[in-house]
Design a protein around this ligand. Structure first.
Ligand code: NAP
Length: 339
């Protein structure tokens, strides 16, 4: 085992009703018990991390806390036979970064049931360019395909399109031959979305349409929604007969102001997507696609839509994410190596 006894981590503390973030020295001995101690090389910033880092009790109940629902790195110590020191591994979601100290620290200690061998031939860095956001985008796309969606059936709408989930969903769907219409609130990013392969871009109001209508003109064969609220309602009202809508996020709202008519008159299907408790066997299936047939679609795109920051820059990135200003993916480098 690595002889290090302390490590650097971003710690969120509650002080007088507000939440402060600082990079601090932590002790490995203070990590919770678990089967596998991992030296984290990279994490990534997801929307849930921004919530945890800003005191959202729906995500994190107890502070001080180190967020980071994603981590890739190398096993430093293991009490179980399936992992040995030096193995490259991925640990995402479950309780990591929620109420278990997460990937914004140089070490995590977790149950073996949360850990997967790094999917070959992805590098640790590539795995975090994808991260939970990309994995979730892949789950949405996989579900649309599994339910029979094909490019010839019509365009697919992606909401929150410049975000982590949205941008990867746009890129993946475009590479798979779908005509992708993006919804974004960022006028300045229309060119970026077209570079990802989107054929059309709508602003949020266009996506909402007439809020009082129960149904609107049929447009989409499929939808990947990351924002919820009126935009998801608008997307469902404009989904074609028999179309499929995946719902994975609430960046705009947890509400869904809708009638039953899209479902009972157009046979639209609304499918929920969760990555947090997604079973390991399903994770392996999705990672195998991301590391296999879908990988050829991704390397250039991943470069285009991700930036690398170090631990000291995470707090600022959290504020930008909460303000809806992030584009694509943010990888957090905990190697301490200069790039
Ligand atoms: N179900 C799961 O397991 C799972 C897994 C991962 C993520 N998620 C959820 O998926 C959502 C997206 O995650 P992410 O990591 O992609 O976050 P993100 O990078 O912050 O992207 C969210 C995007 O949503 C749009 N947006 C933000 N505020 C909005 C508002 N008030 N109204 C309309 N659009 C708004 C913005 O895109 P534009 O500016 O382009 O509109 C923003 O970039 C989050 O709600 C997250 O919690 C769920």
């Amino acid at each position: 085992m690595n002889k290090t006894t302390t490590f650097r981590a971003l710690v969120v503390r509650e002080e007088g009703g507000s939440f402060q973030r600082a990079v601090e020295e932590r002790r490995i001995a203070d990590l919770p018990p678990g089967d596998v101690l991992i030296r984290v090389h990279f994490s990534s910033l997801n929307y849930k991390d921004a919530l945890s880092a800003s005191g959202n009790r729906g995500v994190t109940k107890k502070y001080p806390h180190t967020p980071g629902i994603d981590a890739v790195g190398v096993v430093a110590a293991s009490t179980v036979p399936q992992f040995t020191e030096g193995d490259e591994v991925v640990c995402m979601c479950y309780d990591l970064g929620m109420n278990t100290p997460g990937g914004f620290g140089e070490y995590i200690r977790v149950p073996a049931g949360w850990v997967l061998p790094k999917p070959e031939p992805l590098s640790l860095y590539e795995a975090m360019q994808i991260g939970t956001a990309g994995f979730t985008a892949a789950q949405c796309v996989d579900k649309l395909l599994a339910l029979g969606l094909r490019p010839e059936q019509g365009p697919v709408l992606v909401t929150g399109a410049t975000g982590g989930v949205g941008s990867l969903a746009c890129a993946l769907l475009a590479k798979l031959g779908f005509a992708v219409t993006a919804v974004t609130g960022k006028e300045s990013e229309h060119d970026f979305l077209r570079q990802l392969g989107c054929t059309a871009v709508l602003n949020r109001q266009q996506a909402i349409g007439r809020a009082s209508a129960a149904l609107l003109r049929e447009r989409w064969a499929g939808v990947v929604d990351t924002v919820g609220g009126e935009i998801l309602a608008g997307a469902i009202k404009t989904t074609q007969y028999g179309g499929i809508v995946t719902c994975c996020g609430n960046a705009a709202s947890g509400e869904l102001p809708l009638t039953v008519y899209p479902f009972i008159l157009r046979g639209v299907s609304l499918v929920g997507i969760d990555s947090a408790e997604c079973p390991l066997s399903r994770r392996e299936e999705i990672w195998a696609k991301l590391a296999g047939p879908w990988r050829t679609a991704l390397p250039d795109t991943l470069k285009q839509l991700s930036v690398r920051i170090d631990l000291d820059q995470v707090s600022e990135a959290v504020d930008a994410m909460l303000a809806g200003q992030i584009r694509g993916r943010i990888v957090v480098d905990l190697t301490g190596e200069k790039v």
